[in-house]
Write a protein that binds this ligand. Structure first.
Ligand code: ZN
Length: 133
């Protein structure tokens, strides 16, 4: 079951500069930053009530975030939906013909399990599914 929007991911070139900017916007310092080797990214999370804004900076020129910024520039990169059972959701969505970037859940931030639906099958929107552990 899909429970809610967990966060919206924004691809940025420089997480230091963008953290300054978004800290002013949200009137809070970035409380949580983490390096995610699986995604070749450093992230900063701004919790906003029930959801968050996630800033993503690439740590490698060949990462999907680098390629995204090359093609489209900085901006909204993905929407993350929180699910209660990620494997059940992958099975359910595959039956409907959705395509995945990775079908086997991998480690995301804060110990979550995540998968990404391919934007080809979701009207150009990269959707992340996340299950809290
Ligand atoms: Zn995310």
């Amino acid at each position: 079951m899909i429970k809610k929007i967990n966060h919206i991911g924004i691809a940025v070139k420089n997480i230091g500069l963008s953290s300054d900017l978004f800290s002013k916007l949200f009137e809070q310092p970035a409380p949580y930053t983490e390096s995610i080797p699986e995604q070749k990214a450093t992230i900063a999370f701004y919790p906003l009530d029930e959801s968050s804004i996630e800033l993503l900076e690439s740590t490698s020129a060949d990462s999907t975030i680098s390629k995204f910024i090359e093609k489209r520039g900085e901006g909204i990169h993905h929407i993350c939906l929180e699910v209660d059972d990620i494997n059940a959701e992958v099975m359910r969505l595959k039956k409907h013909g959705f395509q995945f970037v990775n079908e086997n859940p991998s480690d995301g931030s804060e110990g979550c399990l995540i998968v990404f639906l391919h934007p080809k099958s979701t009207n150009g929107v990269l959707i992340e599914l996340s299950q809290k552990m």
